[in-house]
Structures are given as structure tokens and as C-alpha cells.
Design a protein around this ligand. Structure first.
Ligand code: PLP
Length: 428
């Protein structure tokens, strides 16, 4: 069984109180999103006269100073700082709830120097993309998964709850307003990065749950992160990213700042990302999940990735999509490639090392929204560079096929429920 952190709590029923996070999320919803709580049969506490986040109250203000869309190859793209004309914001206050969200001109936020997020990392975020399809339509990829994961993350750091459906609608509102200009129909097959974020914005230095929070969504250009000759990973044998009882499963800012030092040191040695280990077990590569395709000693071909149940790794939308597609399409040989078994279990870097030495590793790839499906060509482990095969010039066969399937859904070549079409708004 694959327990999954992004499954909505009500899908399991509230009775499942043994699952710490599911219970915490259910309570959070009951306290701060009474609408969804009632709809799911959750007990609401007396204070639930608090206003829920409500996308239907969105107030639109169009920018008076539209920006210029950079041409492909413009150096501004590499800086990952160019955002689109608008952003969505919504403010929550303790005792009041959510104010009407706004879609307004992109611009700086104003924060007190005492704001909670600046001191105690009360910040969580999501990473997703909007895609301009080969058929001219604008799509999101499984936005419901991102909205639900954001609720898990915000709960972990005592930020307010919300109905994930409302967050999804707010993301769509920004996409539908800025999509036409910033991801034009004349550039099919392109994408823009979306960053829904929530911060503790209350100006108060006490170490406690913030009494005010600000949710926002921005859209930005991101440079291509894929490596043509494959990713070179450095297995980290001294630092760890996440630990049992911690917050590795949450997309909270506190997980990333502390990793930058190791990533930089690895870059100086010619590696692109850190492969994070915990007690020798393989967990994740940078901010992406890792898949290894190998042959067991008995000769069985397997796709293996770290499990979710110990809450060390992030429940990637790309990861879960790959697992599902692989289970549907790679296990019976109908894909044209050798059938593989799909396995979510702990596996160690020593096992990978041994498999490389015995010629049993078929390929490996990292998977996430930012890096998409990135073939791995090398893993540095204990002063040794282990070569990971890439049978095509720039990829292994499995990674190539999986990537093609996902792109077909994202860009509308395959009609699939994961590719959600967004209607474009001409006027505000
Ligand atoms: C965001 C992220 C991923 C990938 O998640 P996706 O939903 O596939 O983008 C994996 N690991 C970490 C640590 C991340 O931050």
C-alpha cells in the first residue's frame, strides 16, 4: 500500500486518527475552513464563524503599467525573476478568517520587520506550471494535488487552513488572466512556472503561531534545468535533509535554505545536485524524487523509488504520476520495453553501488516539476564516480518514454484527466 500525504483527509474518512498528519489537517480544516469541514462531515469548533477562503469573492484590478514579455533566450529568463503582470493575494487574520482575495498588479509586498516568516520560517510554497499546448489550449497539470499538498505544508508550520479547491480556483484565475499574453498561442509547447506561497505575515516577534497570514500566487519564467549529458549527483554522506519526526514531507522554506551550502560545495566539484541519504538510504535528489531502474540479483527488472510512509521525502506530483503511469503501462511489456515491477521501498546507496558494480543498473532519473524527468548519468559516492547507463544519447529508454507520456498529457496530445484546461479571460 502506498499511503499518500496528498490524499484529501476525507478520502480516508476522519476516523483514521492514527495518521498524525491526516488528523492534524482535518482539525485545521475544521477550525479555519468551515465550508469544507461541514461538507466532509467534520466537527467544527465554535469559532468557525471565521470567513473561509472564497475564490468567488475575488476582486480584480488590472495593471496600468503592463510589462514586456521576454523573447525566448532573453537573459532575464535565466535570473528566474521575471514575473507576469498580475498576482493573486489573500490575507487571513486570527479571529476573522480570510478576507476577499485580490487579483492585482504584480508588485512588492509590504511586511513589518517583525513578520513571523522573516524569523521563524513560517513559509510554505508550491511549484507547478502552466503549459501552452500543442493544440493552443492552456493547461495545468493536476492542480488539485498541489492545492492539497499546500494544506499539508501550511498545517505543519501552523499557518491557516483553507479549502484546497478554493486555492485551485485562485491559481486558475491568475493563469486565465495572464496566460494569453505571457504564454502566447504563437509559442506552443512552452511553459511558465507558478508559485503559490503562504507566509506568516503578522508583525510580532513572539515564537507562536502567526495571527496573520498572506497567501499569494505569482507566475514566473524559469531557466531550463535539464542537463543534456545527464544529471551528476553527489550522494551526501555527511549532511542530511530530513529525519523521522521532522518535516521532509512538507514543502516548507525551512527545508531548502539549509541545503544550499552542500549544493554549492557539490557544484564546485562538478555535480549538479545532492543525492540525500538518511542512514545510508536513498531519499531524494535536490528538490526532486529519484527513480532507479535496475535488475534484482534474481534478474527481475524493477523501477524503485523511496517510500512515503516514514514522511522523509516529498510526495511529488511528478513522482505519483510516474508511479501510476508505470503501473498502468510498464508492467506488462505492452510499452515495447521489458516489463518492470514497480517498487516503493527503502533502498540503500550500498545496494545501488553493488548493482552498478554488477552491471544491474539499467538507468536512473530524477523527477519533479522544476527538473521534470531528468536522466542521471553519474552518482558520486565515497570518492568514486558511479556511471549510470544512458542507452539513448541523452536519456535511458524508460525515462524517455515516461517523459513523452507526461508531455503528451501536459501539452494536450493525449486527452487525460490530469491535463486541466484553463479558459482564458479576455477582459477583467
Ligand atoms: C517540489 C519537490 C519535489 C517534486 O515535487 P513535484 O510535485 O513533482 O514538483 C520533490 N522533492 C522535493 C524536496 C521538492 O521540494
Amino acid at each position: 500500500m502506498a499511503p499518500s500525504a496528498i490524499t484529501p483527509p476525507h478520502a480516508h474518512g476522519v476516523q483514521q486518527t492514527t495518521e498524525l498528519t491526516a488528523e492534524a489537517v482535518a482539525q485545521k480544516i475544521a477550525q479555519t475552513a468551515p465550508g469544507i469541514a461541514k461538507a466532509n462531515g467534520l466537527q467544527t469548533t465554535p469559532e468557525t464563524t471565521l470567513a473561509p477562503l472564497d475564490a468567488s469573492k475575488l476582486v480584480f484590478t488590472r495593471t496600468k503599467t503592463p510589462m514586456t514579455v521576454p523573447e525566448p533566450g532573453d537573459p532575464i529568463i535565466a535570473t528566474a525573476s521575471q514575473c507576469t503582470d498580475h498576482m493573486v493575494t489573500a490575507v487571513w487574520k486570527a479571529g476573522v478568517g480570510w478576507a476577499a482575495p485580490e487579483l492585482r498588479p504584480y508588485g512588492n509586498l509590504s511586511l513589518a520587520p517583525t513578520a513571523s516568516c522573516l524569523h521563524y520560517a513560517t513559509e510554505c510554497f508550491e511549484g507547478m506550471k502552466m503549459y501552452r499546448g500543442w493544440d493552443g489550449k492552456l493547461r495545468l497539470f493536476r492542480p488539485d494535488c498541489n492545492a492539497r499538498r499546500m494544506l499539508i505544508s501550511s498545517t505543519r508550520i501552523s499557518l491557516p487552513g483553507f479549502d484546497p479547491k478554493e486555492v485551485e480556483k485562485l491559481i486558475m484565475a491568475l493563469v486565465s488572466v495572464d496566460g494569453e499574453k505571457w504564454l502566447p498561442k504563437s509559442r506552443p509547447g512552452t511553459q511558465l512556472y507558478l508559485r503559490p506561497t503562504m507566509i506568516g505575515s503578522a508583525g510580532a516577534l513572539g515564537v507562536s503561531a502567526p495571527k496573520e497570514a498572506t497567501f499569494f500566487v505569482i507566475a514566473t519564467f524559469m531557466p531550463k534545468l535539464e542537463q543534456p549529458k545527464g544529471l551528476r549527483l553527489l550522494a551526501s554522506t555527511d549532511g542530511i535533509r530530513a529525519w523521522p519526526g521532522g518535516f521532509g514531507y512538507a514543502k516548507v522554506g525551512a527545508n531548502y535554505g539549509p541545503t544550499l551550502m552542500a549544493t554549492r560545495a557539490a557544484a564546485e566539484r562538478g555535480y549538479h545536485q545532492i543525492l540525500w541519504l538518511l542512514d545510508g538510504q536513498v531519499t531524494e535528489a535536490g528538490a526532486s524524487n529519484l527513480f532507479v531502474v535496475w535488475r534484482t540479483k534474481e534478474g527481475k527488472a524493477q523501477v524503485i523509488t523511496a517510500p512515503l510512509d516514514d514522511k522523509i521525502i516529498l510526495d511529488g506530483v511528478t513522482r505519483r504520476s510516474i508511479l501510476q503511469l508505470a503501473r498502468e503501462r510498464l508492467t506488462d511489456g505492452s510499452s515495447g520495453l521489458e516489463a518492470v515491477e514497480i517498487v516503493e521501498r527503502k533502498f540503500s546507496m550500498d545496494e545501488v553501488h553493488e548493482a552498478v558494480k554488477e552491471g544491474r543498473v539499467i538507468e536512473a532519473f530524477a523527477a519533479g516539476t522544476a527538473f521534470f524527468v531528468s536522466p542521471v548519468s553519474c552518482i558520486g559516492y565515497r570518492e568514486e564516480d558511479l556511471t549510470i547507463p544512458m542507452t539513448r544519447e541523452d536519456s535511458g529508454e524508460y525515462a524517455h518514454l515516461i517523459k513523452t507520456w507526461l508531455m503528451n498529457i501536459m501539452y494536450g496530445k493525449e486527452n487525460h484527466e490530469w491535463g486541466v484546461v484553463v479558459e482564458e479571460k479576455q477582459e477583467l
